[in-house]
Design a protein. Structure first.
Length: 353
């Protein structure tokens, strides 16, 4: 065990996610149990630029395990991305005696963590995002709560659709990742699901709705991922025009990002938070804690970035150069697995519609 660690910091950055508070609590309590001091950085990386932070004692994280949002606040800080900003952040860490930082968020947060670790501040990233869009991880903290919220909202919409014999097109968050839409579409019995990863057969979906209507069905839910842009609103109009079914449109937007974290998110937050503290104490840096096949494992943050780009077909020249043959093979396998899972679930959604 590396003994130089006396003080660690924790921050939440990017879009908030239910379970972030449970994670900060787990980090704080685990660190205190290991004899460390803990600093909570306020407002993500911005807090490191303006020295906004507070000491977190045992009681400072009481009664937050069940709360949505992040009591440390969050930000998408443009200023931090400049060399000047990063140097300011490093100086702030040094001035405050911070030996390592745990950064909870999504891919943007991990980029910030790498920037700090490249400048000598050890960092560990934890996946906190409702989107489940970190390719290297099967799961991100907040995903389960967001999906449960979507399910509750859609169940309500279904009630009123059934009463009025209507269709409701529901747009859900997820940025360019269709996982929330896909899984909630299955769980809520959607008549159709449209996600960015798979071309949407609009004609087939409309034909299906007509067929279901002819068979006596009264309510129709169509779930569309926000990654398809304004398409969701257009689709609602087309369904109404072509099927004669009155069709409403609902954009759930940020409603899906708030609320009390589910058990799944609290447990994952607890386990990931505690693991991150151990990793810092073991002298590790620039790692992200990910879930694979139900187990928590780690991967290099650079690996996580590049496998994301590989999955999204956004690789740039030279991206793959630093990686071994073995790394490249595992990246390809991860992308293939993720793609296969999306295709499998998409087929299930259509089979069950
Ligand atoms: O990444 C989380 C997320 O909620 C996405 O699903 C969504 O596209 C984005 O953040 C919205 O960001 P903002 O809160 O800045 O509008």
């Amino acid at each position: 065990m590396v003994t130089k660690f006396r003080k660690i910091a924790v921050l939440t950055s990017g879009g908030d996610a239910p379970g972030m508070n449970a994670c900060v609590r787990a980090i704080t309590r685990s660190a205190i149990a290991r004899g460390l001091e803990v600093i909570g950085v306020i407002g993500g990386y911005r807090g490191l630029l303006y020295n906004e932070m507070k000491v977190l004692g045992h009681n400072d994280v009481s009664n937050i395990v069940n709360l949505g949002g992040t009591f440390l606040y969050t930000d998408r800080c443009i200023e931090f991305k400049t060399e000047e900003g990063m140097q300011k952040a490093v100086k702030c860490c040094r001035d405050n005696g911070i030996d390592g930082i745990i950064c909870i968020g999504g891919d943007g947060t991990f980029r910030g963590a790498t920037d700090l670790s490249n400048r000598g501040i050890p960092t560990i990233g934890l996946t906190g995002s409702i989107d489940n869009d970190i390719t290297a991880s099967d799961y991100t903290i907040g995903f389960d709560t967001a999906m449960n919220t979507v399910c509750q909202m859609i169940d309500r919409l279904r009630d009123t659709c059934e009463s009025h014999a209507r269709c409701n097109v529901v747009e859900v968050m997820g940025r360019d990742c269709g996982e929330i839409a896909l899984r909630t579409g299955i769980a809520c019995g959607a008549a159709a699901v449209a996600i960015p990863e798979i071309p949407f057969d609009e004609a087939a979906a409309i034909a299906k709705i007509k067929e279901l209507k002819a068979g006596g069905k009264r309510n129709f839910i169509v779930v569309v991922s926000e990654g398809l842009g304004k398409y969701s609103e257009e689709l609602a109009k087309k369904i109404e025009a072509e099927t004669g079914i009155e069709t409403k449109f609902a954009r759930l937007a940020h409603v899906v990002r708030g609320g009390n974290p589910t058990l799944r998110d609290r447990l994952t937050a607890a386990e990931m938070g505690s693991r991150a503290v151990d990793l810092l104490l073991e002298g590790k840096s620039n790692l992200v804690v990910v879930e694979r096949n139900g187990e928590l494992v780690t991967c290099d943050i650079n690996y996580s970035h590049i496998v994301d780009r590989m999955y999204k077909n956004k690789l740039k020249d030279g991206d793959l150069a630093p990686f071994s043959e073995e790394d490249l093979a595992s990246m390809k396998a991860l992308c293939a697995y993720r793609k296969h899972e999306i295709e499998r679930l998409y087929k299930l959604a259509n089979d069950l519609a």
